[in-house]
Design a protein around this ligand. Structure first.
Ligand SMILES: *[C@@H]1O[C@H](CO)[C@@H](O)[C@H](O)[C@H]1NC(C)=O
Ligand SMILES: *[C@@H]1O[C@H](CO)[C@@H](O)[C@H](O)[C@H]1NC(C)=O
Length: 460
């Protein structure tokens, strides 16, 4: 080997190892990335497809825990049970049945991400067969790997009492809120396993403390559960007096839940609908047309009337709207003649700014957006007019920021998941490449020297 070639290898090696030390995208740091997901269930790693029965005794005992379904009424969830006909063959399952399909690795696509303390919650909605657990976490304290295994939250048994969760949101009272759509959302074979419900876990005891099934009046159509994509929690001093706002992107509504009243109601408005002129998308090399309505709601701090401004947008739209939470909390207000005028048009974010989630950062007044239409994360300061020139792109990459599916502000950090969803849906992921990414960034670093930094305040 010539000296030149050796020299080249050394350079390549050095470049590679320095990249591994800190992978960045704009001012974001890559925290984790996966080619495909794996799970850690009570110390047993699921690294490849697993059907209901396995041969060796030790694993079989593990699976007994895994498949124990007699503790509670598991209902008719046959997708959640091992094969009825035990077989010695470890690698076969009925090709057209979910029965016994515990883990089909390729089908596991992460959707939601949220940091709460040292735990990073990651959701995997059941839109295909073979998802072992829809609610999971990673312990940030002892995770060195770039691609750590997900752990069911709080444990496999409780996680498997949930059918399908898109995104979680924690409140300041130590609770983790989510919507379980109750829907096994398999293309061509959807099954409504449970009534869609609001579920709350206590993060200190790791116990489920509420499962509130939505009322039939909250769910106007059979396909409404497919669109319960996000939940926003509104709580002031009194933790027992919390509200949750759930988007319904399929049949265009906001479902409001009052914890104190243990009751829910629904609001509708034309601003919850999609804008057809924003419906054509080209993401991850796929071109398609979507029609998702209201997708994300984020809240400012309370104003003098005790209510917050709720900023919201349909996903298929490049515009932002707002309404006071006083309006959302008032179940009778929709009967008022002026109801429709209580909502405001805020402004335009710019071309290809279709976005999934957005979140408000109280100290700076900035809102961060997960822009699927331009493979980017952007921001806007709410102290300024919303127009494209007041929106900054903070990170953009066709491959590494393909379909940012969740974005959440925790303290002064912005956390983002990107999952390449359209390629999964319309084509096929390359499992030799990284497909799922989680990033975090410091708010002050992200907005420094951009139009999103706070507008100057004048005194006197
Ligand atoms: C086990 O599965 C393999 C691969 O699918 C198949 O070729 C084989 O015939 C099966 N064996 C039994 C005993 O069913
Ligand atoms: C809340 O309402 C649901 C039914 O809508 C009921 O099953 C549940 O027991 C109620 N919870 C409390 C704490 O009252």
């Amino acid at each position: 080997m010539s000296f030149k070639i050796v020299y080249m290898f050394v350079i390549l090696f050095l470049t590679k190892s320095s990249l591994q030390q800190s992978r960045r995208l704009g001012k974001f740091r890559e925290v984790f990335a996966w080619k495909q997901l794996t799970y850690n269930i009570n110390g047993n790693l699921l690294l490849q497809d697993r059907f209901g029965d396995v041969e060796d005794r030790q694993k079989r005992e593990t699976d007994k825990i895994v498949f124990q379904t007699d503790k509670q009424d598991a209902g008719d969830r046959n997708w959640n049970q091992p094969p009825k006909h035990a077989t010695d063959n470890t690698t076969t399952a009925e090709p057209n049945s979910e029965v016994g399909r515990f883990f089909i690795q390729y089908n596991n696509l992460p959707m939601g991400v949220e940091r709460v303390g040292e735990r990073l919650f990651i959701t995997v909605p059941r839109r295909r067969y073979g998802i072992p657990s829809t609610l999971n976490y990673i312990d940030l304290k002892d995770t060195k790997s770039r691609s750590p295994a997900l752990r069911p939250y709080p444990d496999l048994w409780q996680a498997r009492s949930l059918t399908s969760v898109y995104r979680t949101r924690a409140d300041k009272c130590g609770r983790l809120w989510m919507v379980d759509t109750g829907l096994l959302e398999i293309p061509d074979n959807p099954q409504q396993i449970q009534t869609p419900a609001i579920v709350i876990f206590d993060l200190n005891t790791n116990k489920q403390i509420l499962r509130y099934p939505l009322k039939s009046s909250d769910l106007p159509a059979a396909n409404t559960p497919t669109g319960l994509a996000s939940i926003t929690v509104d709580v002031n001093e009194d933790c027992s007096d919390a509200y949750a706002y759930i988007v319904d992107l399929t049949t265009f509504g906001i479902i409001v839940y009052s914890l104190k009243e243990n009751d829910s109601w629904r609001h509708t408005h034309a601003y919850f609908h999609f804008n057809p002129t924003a419906a054509n998308l080209n993401i991850a090399g796929e071109s398609f047309q979507w029609s998702d309505g209201i997708f994300s709601i984020t809240l400012t701090e309370p104003q003098t009337d005790g209510c917050r401004t709720a900023y919201f947008h349909p996903m298929i739209s490049t515009e932002e709207f707002s309404v006071s939470t006083c309006v959302l909390k008032d179940r009778a207000i929709r009967n008022s003649r002026s109801y429709f005028t209580l909502y405001s048009y805020v402004g335009k974010r710019g071309e290809n700014s279709q976005t999934t989630m957005h979140d408000y950062h109280p100290k700076s007044g900035a809102i961060f957006f997960a822009d699927i239409g331009r493979d980017a994360v952007s921001c806007w300061n709410t102290g300024k007019m919303l127009n494209p020139s007041n929106v900054a792109l903070l990170a953009r990459d066709r491959q590494r920021m393909s379909y940012p599916s969740d974005l959440h502000v925790t303290d002064d950090e912005v956390w983002v998941m990107a999952n390449t969803l359209p390629r999964f849906g319309y084509s096929r992921l390359d499992t030799n490449e990284y497909n799922f990414y989680i990033y975090s960034g410091n708010v002050n670093e992200l907005i420094a020297d951009t139009v999103c930094s706070a507008p100057p305040t004048y005194f006197g």
